[in-house]
Design a binder for this molecule. Structure first.
Ligand SMILES: [Zn+2]
Ligand SMILES: [Zn+2]
Length: 319
């Protein structure tokens, strides 16, 4: 077994995560106990996720072990399904979002009352936590229950989730528009409503809901930045030092932390804004309990579409 360079250098601090990882992955460890210098997480990441911190990592594995990357047949097909219409939707979403953010920011500044300034930090923290939870719920829903074959949302909004698991490095080759278009789009309806309120409500009504609007505005910023943070968590080369600093101090999603989501079968650590909620949600088995409930009432199998796309790799390995 090979260990990639980054995995060798780093050592993980928590052992609690091990209990939430899959039985399959754990079973794979049993014959490989010789790696006693490495944490359980390091070994799981190395054996069950793409060595994206090592550009030549795939060449270190036997050919039949190559399971991820741009050469994956499913990844190639999904990448080819990114259309001009989709890009136009992303461009319009980003433009609308930026215009609305500037418009609303003007009113937030205009109605700012220094006596309420102590609320800014709690509002920002609550905004980050809400964005992190929302990123986890959307990500979990798309990964676990979504399908590329679903009408409209499948090709347009779920396709990137499938591509991302079988080629995690693809996000690093996406430009700003492709990376962030969908997250910016999510914020547009509420920002539009906020703009309407700032424009038409009376001063008294605006002041009454001002603190809530500040929270929603900060939430919109963190939601719109989520996939950029996610992209940086996959970027192992050429990141500005201030981004690495923010990652190292877990202000934004750290690289090593997010690698745990990319351990097959991708059933943990779904939060991707800051990842602050991943550990507490794993502790209470939030995602697995939700999956038991959904499966009980719908009889749907979790990750069946994700698994089907992962299998397309066989066409590449053995042709
Ligand atoms: Zn995922
Ligand atoms: Zn990822």
């Amino acid at each position: 077994m090979c260990l990639s360079s980054q995995t060798v250098v780093c050592s993980c601090s928590t052992s609690s995560m091990a209990s939430s990882l899959t039985t399959t992955a754990k079973d794979n460890l049993i014959p490989n106990n010789i790696e006693t210098d490495f944490s359980t997480e390091d070994i799981l990441v190395d054996k069950n996720s793409m060595p994206e911190d090592d550009p030549n990592g795939n060449t270190l594995h036997d050919a039949h072990e190559i399971r991820w990357g741009p050469q994956h047949a499913g990844a190639k097909l999904l990448a080819s399904q990114y259309t001009n219409e989709k890009r136009l939707q992303e461009l319009i979403s980003i433009l609308l979002c930026i215009i609305l953010m500037m418009y609303n920011f003007f009113f937030i500044c205009r109605y700012f009352d220094v006596r309420n300034s102590y609320l800014i930090i709690p509002a920002a923290l609550l905004g980050i936590l809400t964005a992190d939870l929302a990123s986890g719920i959307v990500h979990w829903g798309a990964d676990t229950w979504g399908s590329v074959d679903m009408p409209f949302i499948g090709r347009n909004f779920l396709r990137p989730f499938r591509e991302h698991h079988i080629d995690p490095t693809s996000i690093t080759r996406h430009d700003f528009v492709e990376t962030n278009g969908d997250n910016f789009a999510v914020t547009v309806p509420y920002l539009l409503y906020m703009a309407y309120k700032f424009t038409y409500l009376s001063d008294t009504d605006i002041r009454r809901t001002y603190n809530f609007e500040v929270y929603m505005f900060l939430l919109a910023i963190f939601v719109s930045m989520t996939n950029q943070f996610h992209k940086w968590s996959h970027t192992y080369f050429g990141l500005p030092s201030y981004i690495v600093f923010l990652q190292n101090y877990h202000v934004i999603l750290p690289r090593k932390h997010h690698r745990l989501h990319h351990v097959v079968p991708h059933d943990t650590y779904f939060c991707i804004t800051t990842g602050w909620l991943n550990w507490p949600l794993e502790m209470i088995k939030f995602w697995s309990l939700l999956e038991i409930i959904v499966e009980k009432y719908t009889a749907a199998k979790p990750r069946s579409d994700d698994f089907a796309w992962a299998q397309k790799t066989e066409q590449v390995h053995y042709e």
